[in-house]
Design a protein around this ligand. Structure first.
Ligand code: GLN
Length: 234
């Protein structure tokens, strides 16, 4: 099971998701506290952020463990944005370890991470092709097909999760996506937490021991934008 985290709010650095918090994604890569499936997240990592020069995010993905990339701490300190997403990966058995299978997946302004697993047959009919045979790449392709058809971020996530989750009752489909000005996330089979201060943190598990972390109920859709944060049943 992977761990992922995103931020929407006042500009801050990627380091605020990774190495600055006591239980940031760096620590979660080797010692997650609430992980239900798998023990370490050492099969790669990815980060994405939006700078002021364009609508499309900058993305950086590797197949090495996040602790093994000596260049990342410096990069994460200077990569600042009002919208950030990062993920560490524990590959599902049988899935390839390659950059194309590593979140965040990207299409236009959208970034997406999948924490879970799903039978590929349950999503393959929703997209023409995926960049990797990995189940998560197919989930991303299905969501991105809806983006191209004009569906809003939250609707696209909800439609794919409900479709795939109905076809594969064993599926775990915690998705986390953003587009530079909003975040959408689903809870379907694993944990997800929110923390609000001068923006919103959305994360598989709390990044620190501050008070105020709220667990999102199972089978929910989270929508965060400058207008606020809404949680609704899926
Ligand atoms: N199934 C996805 C993969 O293989 C996600 C795995 C996970 O959440 N651990 O990468």
């Amino acid at each position: 099971m992977c761990r992922h985290a995103a931020w929407l709010g006042a500009p801050r650095s990627l380091a605020s998701l990774i190495q600055e918090p006591e239980y940031g994604l760096l620590r979660q890569s080797y010692a997650p506290r609430l992980q239900r499936y798998g023990t370490v997240n050492a099969d790669g990592f990815g980060v994405g952020w939006y700078d002021s020069t364009g609508a499309e995010p900058v993305r950086y993905r590797r197949t090495v463990p996040i602790w093994a990339d000596a260049n990342l701490p410096g990069l994460a300190r200077i990569a600042r944005s009002g919208c950030l997403l990062a993920a560490v990966r524990s590959a599902t058995v049988g899935m390839p370890i390659e950059e194309a299978a590593t979140a965040p997946f990207a299409d236009g302004p959208w970034l997406l991470s999948h924490n879970g697993r799903v039978a590929r047959e349950a999503v393959r009919e929703l997209a023409d092709e995926a960049e990797s045979p990995c189940d998560s790449a197919w989930v991303a392709a299905a969501v991105f097909a809806r983006r191209r058809a004009g569906h809003p971020l939250g609707d696209a996530l909800a439609e794919v999760v409900v479709h795939a989750g109905t076809k594969d009752p064993e599926a775990r489909l915690n998705l986390l996506a953003c587009d530079g000005t909003s975040i959408a996330a689903t809870v379907w089979g694993d944990t997800l937490f929110l923390h609000l201060d001068d923006g919103v943190l959305v994360a598989s598990e709390p990044l620190d021991d501050r008070s105020g972390w709220q667990a999102v109920p199972e089978r929910s859709l989270v929508l965060a934008s400058p207008d606020g944060v809404h949680v609704q049943p899926l």
